[in-house]
Design a protein around this ligand. Structure first.
Ligand SMILES: [Zn+2]
Length: 388
């Protein structure tokens, strides 16, 4: 890989012909059309996130004549360059000089056009330190990974997009990484994260590939369509939203891909499902609300998904004391199942630590977690009962 350093390119030159695409969340071109700011393997513009603190910091640095750090260009042709590293900084500058955001000046928002002439000149005349490199694709991408690992955090999906860049990633990003996509609001009920950080794309790939994202991206890298990816994702979302007619906060981020695979061939009555879900939401014994959906899908068979409230230590101790006194008076074991069974433990008095609390009437059959419904069983019997 060949490299050389350029010290005299100004902000004015770099921002010549700057275009920002709101739809894709990308800075596109500069340097009078010779520079591609956002090659397809780059991630989306994220400096405007979180109130735009990062993009404003870039502009204050220029005004204070602080260095912005090294920027790397990849020379792809005699007169064509791509930004390899520095795309967030360049897009911030380009967006500012085209009046896309303002900075605070003594408590007042100022757009580029409303700055005094001397300040505008400071910005436009600033020079950037640019390393230009030439090399083959694999070399460049390996290097891109290296500098990004050292600098601003890049997440696993962004890294995979860079690694498997091509027509498939371009189409997939246009669908799943576009914050203007009208479907995002609907998806956000079930999938956590943001389009810009590739969270929807990652989930879509995770679901269709059953967790083998890299493998899937590698096999489909040259595809000129994303039909399978899109259809599968939409099938999952449509299935969830038709089985569960209410949208609850706890639904966001569940493993819907796995649940779809397991349950989508089972028929459900959405009104009945809704009644069950609401009842479980209202049940004070249910501690894990996220588990409600899988519990209902599975036919209410696995209460362990709900983390039903357990008896507290004071209750256990009280029940143990009463139960043990009665058992000693009768000369039988203080575990009622040992006492009535044929085993050698018929007369054994267990210690508190050797016993567990049990719901006499199971929670799933309406039994509460209160002292009246509590009995102590030896650990073996409690485990046996729990497994039934
Ligand atoms: Zn027992």
């Amino acid at each position: 890989m060949k490299t050389h350093l350029i010290k005299d390119l100004t902000v004015a030159e770099i921002c010549d012909g700057f275009v920002y695409n709101e739809l894709e969340g990308k800075g596109l071109f500069g340097l009078g059309g010779k520079l591609t700011i956002q090659p397809e393997y780059q991630r989306n513009y994220i400096y405007a996130d979180a109130g735009g603190k990062k993009e404003q910091a870039v502009i204050s640095s220029l005004l204070k004549k602080y260095p912005l750090g090294l920027i790397y260009f990849n020379k792809v042709d005699e007169n064509k360059f791509e930004v390899l590293d520095g795309q967030q900084r360049i897009t911030s500058i380009g967006r500012f000089v085209t009046n896309k955001f303002s900075i605070m000046d003594n408590g007042n928002p100022k757009y580029f056009d409303s700055l005094p002439a001397d300040q505008r000149a400071i910005i436009l005349d600033s020079t950037l330190l640019i390393y230009v490199c030439e090399g083959v694709e694999t070399e460049i991408k390996e290097w891109f990974e290296t500098i990004n690992t050292a600098g601003v955090e890049i997440n696993p999906q962004e890294r995979l997009n860079a690694f498997y860049s091509g027509p498939f990633v371009t189409l997939a990003k246009a669908e799943f990484s576009n914050s203007q996509n009208a479907n995002i609001q609907k998806w956000s009920a079930y999938v956590k994260g943001s389009a810009n950080r590739q969270d929807f794309l990652e989930r879509a790939l995770d679901w269709v590939s059953k967790g083998k994202i890299a493998d899937y991206m590698s096999r489909h890298r040259k595809d000129d369509n994303i039909n399978e990816l899109k259809n599968y994702f939409n099938s999952v979302i449509d299935w969830v939203s038709s089985v569960f007619i209410d949208v609850e906060n706890e639904m966001c981020g569940l493993e819907w891909g796995r649940l779809y695979e397991t349950y989508h061939t089972t028929a459900y009555n959405p009104a009945e499902v809704s009644t069950k879900v609401q009842a479980l939401y209202a049940d004070p014994y249910v501690r894990n609300k996220k588990g409600i959906f899988e519990y209902v899908l599975g036919g209410s068979q696995s209460p362990n998904l709900l983390d039903v409230r357990v008896f507290d230590e004071a209750t256990k101790r009280t029940v143990y004391t009463v139960q043990t006194k009665k058992a000693q008076a009768k000369g039988v074991s203080n575990c009622p199942l040992c006492a009535s069974g044929p085993e050698a433990n018929k007369h054994k008095i267990w210690k508190l630590a050797e016993m567990d609390a049990d719901h006499v009437t199971a929670w799933s059959k309406g039994g509460g977690t209160n002292i009246k419904n509590c009995q102590m069983l030896c650990k073996t019997h409690n485990r046996a009962k729990g497994n039934r």
